[in-house]
Design a protein around this ligand. Structure first.
Ligand SMILES: Cc1cc2nc3c(=O)[nH]c(=O)nc-3n(C[C@H](O)[C@H](O)[C@H](O)COP(=O)(O)O)c2cc1C
Length: 219
């Protein structure tokens, strides 16, 4: 498994805070730390090859992607885990798991663009979507519906790509990884919503989704 630091990854990323949208936040470039890790890995087996691609701001979504890939790999699938910025061609993949962190009640714009850019191939192969968000810090019916609504922008942007499954997971909140302005905004917002700093990823739930949903529909 390989990792890239954010410094290596970001090419001239301005820490631009664009406006208070949705959850009260911003445009890309909200992360601060240099040590954010973007997991990438290859699991080589015989047969068809699958891609687990993700967009992430502070790194935690890459851990969700890798967990899904680990399950697929253990079951004999050949899987590449990649940040979307490092994928230029999806045509060699027999199926794609595509996921993103959430900002302002949506996948990140880059993730939506990725699906649009590759829609000609993605509409012809099995695809599943996932997201990581803080709405699911408390797993209530209302929050589950809210989290599901975060898929709407990508479903609308590329309607011909019809995911065979979509799943929302709780993500992580680490203020040390956010720039000062975003940290202030998020702190105030999260305090009001009663969401503490922490890692809320449920790896058992992620593994179980990979095992019971991703593998049957993709492979
Ligand atoms: C600027 C910003 C905006 C966010 N907006 C939302 C949102 O609208 N809804 C939500 O449920 N979570 C929101 N989140 C929470 C992230 O989606 C969550 O922390 C995710 O796990 C981050 O993943 P990452 O570490 O891969 O970047 C936001 C986080 C940040 C930093």
């Amino acid at each position: 498994m390989e990792t890239m630091t954010r410094r290596q990854f970001v090419v001239g990323s301005a820490a631009a805070v664009g406006g208070l949208i949705g959850m009260g936040v911003v445009q890309p470039g909200v992360a601060l730390a240099d040590d954010i890790q973007w997991i990438e890995s290859d699991c080589r087996k015989e047969g068809k090859k699958y891609l687990v691609a993700y967009e992430s701001n502070c790194g935690s979504t890459s851990g969700v992607a890798q967990t899904i890939a680990d399950v697929m790999c253990r079951q004999g699938a050949s899987v590449d885990v990649r940040h979307i910025k490092n994928v230029s061609d999806v045509s060699t993949y027999a199926g794609v798991v595509m996921g993103s962190a959430v900002k302002s009640a949506s996948w990140y714009p880059g993730a939506i663009r990725f699906v649009k850019d590759h829609q000609d191939h993605l509409r012809q192969i099995p695809v599943v979507y996932f997201l990581a968000c803080l709405a699911l810090y408390k797993d209530t019916q209302e929050n589950r519906e809210l989290a599901q609504s975060y898929f709407n922008p990508v479903l609308k942007a590329a309607p011909e790509v019809k995911p065979k499954a979509v799943e929302a997971f709780a993500g992580a909140l680490d203020y040390s990884k956010l720039n000062m302005v975003v940290r202030m905004i998020m702190k105030s917002k999260m305090e009001k919503q009663g969401v503490p700093e922490g890692d809320f990823r449920d790896f058992q739930k992620i593994e179980s989704w990979a095992q019971n949903t991703v593998l049957p529909v993709l492979c």
